[in-house]
Each structure stands twice: as structure tokens, then as C-alpha cells.
Design a binder for this molecule. Sequence first.
Ligand code: SF4
Ligand code: SF4
Length: 418
Amino acid sequence: MHCGLCLPTCPTYDATKLERNSPRGRIALMRAIADDRLEPSKTFADEMYFCLGCLACMTACPAGVNYAELFEHARAEAEASGVLNSPRRSLIRTFTLRWLFMDLGRLQWVGAVLRLYQNLGIQSFIRRSGILELLPKQLRELEAITPQIQPSLSAEMITPITPARGEQRYRVALLTGCAQDLIYSNINRDTAEILAQNGCDVITPPDQSCCGSLHAHNGEWELAQELARRQIDQFPPGQFDAIITNAGGCGSHLKHYHKLLADDPQYSERANLWDRKVKDIHEWLVNTGFRTPRPSAESGKDLTVTYHESCHLCHGQRITQQPRELLRAIPGLKLVELPESSWCCGSAGIYNIVQPEMANTLLKRKLNHIKSTQASVVATGNPGCLLQIVNGAKQAGMDLRVVHPITLLAEAYRREQP
Ligand code: SF4
Ligand code: SF4
């Protein structure tokens, strides 16, 4: 089918109106390569990296085309062909994908250095000094969006076993993520707390691995497979009622390990069970029936909140109503709908770093919609989106709190009167 119903939902096509920047155009390119009518070229590879991987086209497609899979294979094909190779690019990919994110001890070490750089005032001194003006534009832009590193990692805030409060109903594992652990470990703590409040024994080992989503989205299929095997070994799916993730982007990848490991006789069966056990936190709480927080003296103050949908939560996992249901259950919280709530904010993994122009266009569009709601808080369920909107709001001088829905729920539980 070439119906084109996906075209109006595609942010890159919307921006350029060029067929090749649309899902249909990209699929045609992929097909031409699969049929040997075209060689993978730099133009093809650039096109695959201009795509956000937001998966809005998948939601729109009446024929059920699995764009997510096509897209990951196309990027892997682009990498295998070597058409984008350059010494600088190879160095960056080796450092990040093959070294840093393959061992979270290394990532945490880099995080600790960054934390010192921020806490000792070196960052603000450098920013004030004007030295940054001497750097190339790309590095300046990268420095400006460096996230604030949390004072503590998840392992310092969450015990390996958090017992259920009250009656124990489930035994779940909590995935703390890679970058999420450095910049949003507080969300992991809130998640463990909420799960325990809702009858779960929460197992949170301190030495976790990256889920491999970054690798799969950037054409490193074999590394993604290695990381998937590590996860399955660390969290044998048969031992848990659910394996919980609170990051929309990771969840979308974590639910498809069977595709990654389909040809691995040792892991394929466990990968199938794993996929069934992985649950996004909003999905799990609504499915199992979460406890509505009791009103407190403070919850009388109305809080207007709007909700931005992470692409991989709404398009990748089709989870749209559950976060809204959680938010609406919070006493004193008024949820106002965000226009184009499921339109990408431009974060898209590392897209805001590698394609800053397009990412900024999308961010401005998102911020304008947020402004139109007059909400003082925007909730969203993915660390990339949180970071992107935080940075955008800061640059635009907006007084906006950007927060995970789970944090708002955890705060409501903490406010409950005894
Ligand atoms: S994933 Fe997003 S950017 Fe890529 S083709 Fe689909 S809608 Fe367009
Ligand atoms: S991907 Fe789906 S919606 Fe888009 S042109 Fe093909 S069949 Fe139509």
C-alpha cells in the first residue's frame, strides 16, 4: 500500500514537504535497497538519520506497517555499508556506544566528574567567562544542554529489596536505566516508593546495564543483542510478576527483545517471556488497580498540569490513557489537554544533538502549545522529553515545572494526612 495516510503525521515531512523525508519515501528507499535496485549511499544513510524514529507513522498506518523494525534495520544497513564513516564519527561512536554505554560503571564515573564540574562552580565560571565562545557552534550547543547530574544514584536511594507496604500482592523488578540513573534517579526512587505503596516487593539490583535501545536505534544490532542477553540473565523473567520501566523510550525497546534474539536458541524462549513481563509503570499501575491518593490540606490548592506524550510511550507502546488516568486521580490536580500532545518534542534519543536545527523547530512548536494551555506544570514519561522541555523552557525564560507523572503521584502520596 502507498496510501500516504502516514504523511500528515510525520514531523520531518511536515517541515519539508519532500516525499523522501516522509515515511512512505523512506520505505521506498529501503525497499529499493532490499531489491538491489539501489546501493546504500550517504544520501540514504543521511535520510535514515534525519528520521526521528518517533513512530507517529506507525500509529497512522492502516496497513500495520512495522516501521520501527524497518527503521532499525535500515540504520544497521547504513552503518554496515560504512558510507557515513569518518575518523571523528567512528571515535564518537566507539567512545559512546561501544565503551561508555556498555559498562555503566564507566558512565557513572563520567557522571561523577560532571557532577564535580557542576557543583564546584566550574561550569558557571566557564559559562560566565566567555571561553565557550571560542568553541565550535556544535560544542557550544552541546554544553548548553548538559544535564544536571543528581546528587545520588538510584543505588544510593533505593535498597536492593523494597518490601511492599501492607499486603504483598506482586514481586516486580525495577529497571533504573543508564542516563536516567544519572539525571533522574529521583524518578526511580519515586517509582520504587509507589510500587511498594501498591503492594509490590520491588527488586532493584544496584549493578544494572543499559537496555540497548540507544544501540538498536543507532545501527549497533549486535551490541543491542549483547545488552538484551545481559538483562535477561540479570532479571530472569520467570522470577517476577513484572519487569518495570519508567522510561517510555526504553520500554518500547525492552518489549521487543524476542525480535532481537529470535535466532538465538539459548535466549529466544526467555526473550518471549521477558517481553510479556516488561511493563511501563503507568500501564502496570492502571492494570493492577493503583490506590488513589487521599486528599490533604495542601491538595486543595489547584495545580494546572498538561501532559506531553513521549513518542515511544504513545506510538511505540500505545500507552496514552493510563498516564492521564494517574494524573486525574491526584487530588487538586487539574489536567488540561495539550494541543498536538503526541507530536515529537525533538528529543528522539540523541536527535537533538545530531540534528539540532530540526529538533529546535519541534521544541519551539511544543513550547508554544504548552504556553497556550497556561499550565504551570508539564508532565511527561520519558527522560529525553523531560530534558528537552526543561532546556527549551529555560532558554525561553518560561516558569515551568517539567516532571514525570510518577513524581506527581509520589508527592501526592507523601502529602496524605495520617
Ligand atoms: S518515525 Fe517519525 S520522523 Fe520517521 S518517518 Fe515515521 S513519522 Fe516520520
Ligand atoms: S506506511 Fe502505511 S500509512 Fe504510510 S503509505 Fe505505507 S501503508 Fe500508507
